[in-house]
Design a binder for this molecule. Structure first.
Ligand code: HEC
Ligand code: HEC
Length: 407
């Protein structure tokens, strides 16, 4: 639809110019007819004196002299105008169309930013939860209810930064989240189809606005690395040893405790029960949240529980797992050995909206660290390629794999 609309806008400009020309021509034509009829009337009854064939006309000298020159020069000028005018118009046409598209996009972005704005400014307050410019924030107190519908507690649920959301999800996937929300979380459904207040065009406007506030891949990578250094207690700019399992664990929970970017970089916000609110205030403070929070990494939430034997049960090799983390899942597309994608697992190392590779939020080091960490969550020995993995001996004696020792 976005691609179609600019041509409508362009067509309507052409239409209005055409309408003006048509009106001018019409007026001219009417004037011509009127003048003709009037001069015709004068002739009534005087046909003999004024019969055209009896009227003396110009002499040959006049006809072939200045009069002819004038007629020919006028014709030449008009010919030149149409000969030059058409190509000039044609030359300008692509720029005019680009201009129409750019103006159209700008209109979408500015409307989207109004929808994003706080309620006080007439918007739908995405900013209230996700922070101004979508840099991440906290939702207002969110009520947890029991299976019987009883109030359990009000918690502070982190709202992920969405100035990077189009680095990890395709536009289609973001549209799904906006239209249907994230059931079981404070993120409401906004689209008509999900029971929300916004039309599909307004959803497109929000996506256009989100597109305009996205960080670049290198900015996002720099931000994840700084958040990681803070979590690991390293100096700014210090070397990070991505083979260290502690780094993998830190990535898994990145930014949740500190609130950096609303924890958007973490795996835990989707793969660990209650990770998005376990570090925030709870009301009443003594509420029993044992059914809602699990401190075991990968216990499962909106994303699957990450169970034992991820490699090789689901992913044959570490590289296959890293590749999955890099590109995420796609709706209806198979992944790993027997996974069916829903499009809800983000692509962390590759922006799905561009043809370029590796232009996502995570560097290769981060992807590897996360993959090594999560594939040994259940006490499995880390897969080949990770620190402490099972190594194939250089001169196999028995043909079996021998453990090379723990981390
Ligand atoms: C009441 C608070 C709240 C409001 C208002 C809200 N969101 Fe959200 N949103 C959330 C939370 C919390 C999540 C994460 C849910 C989860 O834990 O899975 C989220 C998730 C998202 C995501 C998916 C991000 C990701 O990486 O998982 C997008 C995109 C998003 N919101 C956009 C919007 C837009 C656009 C608006 C305004 C129309 C909006 N949100 C309004 C709380 C809110
Ligand atoms: C926005 C939520 C979200 C985030 C963040 C997220 N995941 Fe996922 N993940 C999912 C969902 C949902 C699935 C299930 C697959 C699907 O629905 O497409 C999944 C599936 C997976 C699987 C496949 C599990 C299986 O047994 O098939 C692995 C492995 C995984 N995620 C690891 C990670 C790691 C590691 C991170 C952090 C670097 C991460 N995920 C971040 C939502 C998320």
């Amino acid at each position: 639809m976005i691609a179609l609309l600019p041509s409508v806008v362009a067509a309507s400009t052409v239409k209005s110019v055409g309408a003006v020309v048509a009106v001018v021509v019409l007026i001219g034509f009417v004037a011509y007819v009127v003048v003709n009829i009037r001069s015709g009337r004068e002739e009534i009854g005087s046909e003999i004196e004024l019969a055209p064939n009896r009227k003396p006309y110009y002499s040959d000298e006049v006809l072939e002299g200045p009069r002819l020159t004038r007629a020919l020069s006028t014709g030449l000028v008009l010919l030149a105008i149409s000969a030059l005018g058409v190509p000039l118009y044609w030359l300008n046409e692509p720029a005019r169309q680009d201009g129409a598209v750019a103006q159209f996009d700008a209109t979408f972005v500015s409307r989207g930013s109004k929808l994003f704005a706080p309620t006080a400014e007439g918007g739908y307050n995405c900013a209230g939860c996700h922070g101004p410019e979508g840099t991440g924030g906290v939702a207002p107190p969110y009520t947890l209810t029991s299976a019987e519908g009883q109030f359990v507690a009000a918690v502070s649920w982190k709202a992920p930064a969405i100035n990077t959301v189009l680095l990890r999800f395709s536009e289609e996937e973001v549209r799904d989240v906006l239209v249907y929300g994230r059931p079981g979380s404070p993120m409401p459904a906004w689209g008509e189809a999900g029971g929300g207040p916004l039309t599909s065009q307004q959803i497109d406007e929000l996506i256009a606005y989100l597109g305009s506030i996205q960080l670049s891949s290198s900015e996002a990578k720099a931000q994840t690395e700084e958040a990681l250094r803070i979590r690991l207690g390293l100096e700014p700019g210090a070397f990070i040893d991505y083979t260290d399992p502690a780094v993998g664990k830190a990535i898994f929970n990145l930014g949740l405790a500190t609130g950096t970017a609303g924890g958007s970089y973490s795996c835990a916000r989707c793969h660990t029960k209650g990770a998005s609110f376990r570090d925030g205030p709870v009301s009443p403070p003594n509420a029993d949240l044992s059914n809602y929070i699990d401190f075991k990494d990968g216990s499962g939430a909106n994303g699957f529980a990450l169970t034992s034997g991820l490699v090789p049960r689901q992913f044959l090799t570490l590289d296959a797992l890293i590749q999955f983390l890099r590109i995420g899942s796609e709706y209806g597309v198979l992944y790993g050995q027997r996974g069916v994608g829903s499009g809800r697992m983000p692509g962390l190392g590759d922006n799905p909206n561009t043809p370029e590779a590796a232009d996502g939020m995570f560097s290769d080091g981060m992807l590897r660290a996360a993959a090594c960490y999560e594939s040994s969550l259940e006490g499995d020995a880390p897969p080949l390629g990770c620190k402490g993995s099972l190594a194939i001996p250089s001169a196999p004696q028995s043909g079996t794999l021998t453990p090379a020792g723990g981390p």
